[in-house]
Design a protein around this ligand. Structure first.
Ligand code: SAM
Ligand code: SF4
Length: 327
């Protein structure tokens, strides 16, 4: 199988943001108001996304994740899932969601060919959930997680961004969840992007500190494995099936093993989350580019992938919020 490679990193994973819109406004991700949504005509149509994924798959991309904004707010998403699931070469199709609408769609998504979901959840306290997401109900996301498991979209991985003074006092509660079967919790360091520099600066908690707090309360963490690849390091508590993962983009960057490209909802291919450089695919797609021409642009994006991010030198990407790129 041909494959894309950059600095000895095989590139096999495409994250596709299907919309910049969201039913929440998480305080570290989006401003409360004032983000102008992209116009309908600016957003890639499902047929256009399918064409890009088909080109990418023929270059060795085998894993696709749908994200957003909130992917489940885009109409007809189940249809896109079945279009992508049918593309030869795509053997892992996943989604990242805030879970609010997951209970409604989990069965249909599974039937359409989605393999699994990651659900973002930063607190287990209802009032705090409302404060962090500005709009959401905790019970909706918890029901979404349960429905995802029931539908077989497993392993359901819970993603928790840890922010000092906001939810860092809950890391032990989250870790305790993994004593029950089927709970996999991954803690993530908050990243600076767009206008959220305050959150990312004052709120940053290194994962070493989270690990220490968990070990102090719950005992030693034992190295573990969980399928699906990705940059998380996994552990488990003694005698449990669930896992605890740590994702450390800041304290210990994992750029040397980065295997991904990102497609924004408005059709830009972004070689690195933490660099504003993008390649426009939408214009060529709408001018009738052939699959071969799309493939050339994908290869160009892979060549342009930087060796690592430069946050430590204060090079902070400003072009887009996280909700526009998809995390
Ligand atoms: N709406 C979906 C969700 O929340 O899962 C998908 C899109 S969201 C942008 C993808 C992931 O990015 C979420 O897990 C979210 O917590 C994470 N995220 C957003 N802003 C972040 C930041 N500044 N640093 C680290 N993770 C962030
Ligand atoms: Fe929406 Fe996800 Fe960003 Fe929260 S993290 S505002 S749910 S896109």
């Amino acid at each position: 199988m041909p494959y894309l490679d950059n600095f000895d990193r095989p590139i096999s994973y495409l994250r596709v943001s299907v919309t910049d819109r969201c039913n929440l406004r998480c305080i570290y991700c989006m401003p409360p108001e004032g983000i102008p949504w992209r116009l309908h005509r600016e957003i890639l149509r499902y047929e256009e996304i399918e064409r890009v994924v088909r080109a990418a798959a023929s270059l060795g991309i085998s894993k696709v994740r749908l994200t957003g904004g909130e992917p489940l707010v885009r109409k007809g998403l189940v249809g896109l899932v079945s279009m992508i699931a049918r593309i030869p070469g795509i053997d892992d199709l996943a989604m990242t969601t805030n879970g609010i609408l997951l209970a409604r769609y989990a069965e249909e998504l599974k039937a359409a060919g989605l393999n699994r979901v990651n659900v973002s959840l930063d607190t287990l306290r209802p009032e705090r959930f409302r404060r962090i997401t500005r709009l959401g109900e905790l019970s909706d996301t918890l029901e979404g997680i349960a429905a995802g498991k029931d539908a077989g979209l497993v392993p359901v991985k819970v993603n928790t961004v840890v922010i000092r003074g906001l939810n860092d006092d809950e890391v032990v509660d989250f870790a305790r969840l993994t004593r029950a079967p089927d709970w996999h919790v991954r803690f993530i360091e908050v990243m600076p992007l767009g206008d959220n520099a305050d959150w990312a600066g004052n709120g940053y908690v290194p994962m070493g500190e989270v690990r220490e707090r968990i070990e102090r309360e719950l005992g030693e963490l034992i190295p573990a494995r969980l399928g699906g690849g990705g940059p998380a390091r996994y552990y488990r508590l003694l005698g449990t099936q669930g896992t605890i993962g740590f994702i450390t983009p800041i304290s210990e960057h994992f750029c040397y093993q980065c295997n991904r490209l990102r497609l924004t909802a408005d059709g830009k291919l972004r070689p690195c989350l933490l660099s504003d450089y993008e390649i426009n695919l939408r214009t060529p797609l709408r001018q009738g580019a052939t699959i071969e021409q799309i493939k050339c642009l994908i290869v160009e994006a892979v060549r342009a992938k930087p060796e690592r991010h430069h946050l430590s030198e204060q090079v902070i990407p400003q072009g887009r919020t996280m909700s526009e790129i998809g995390g």
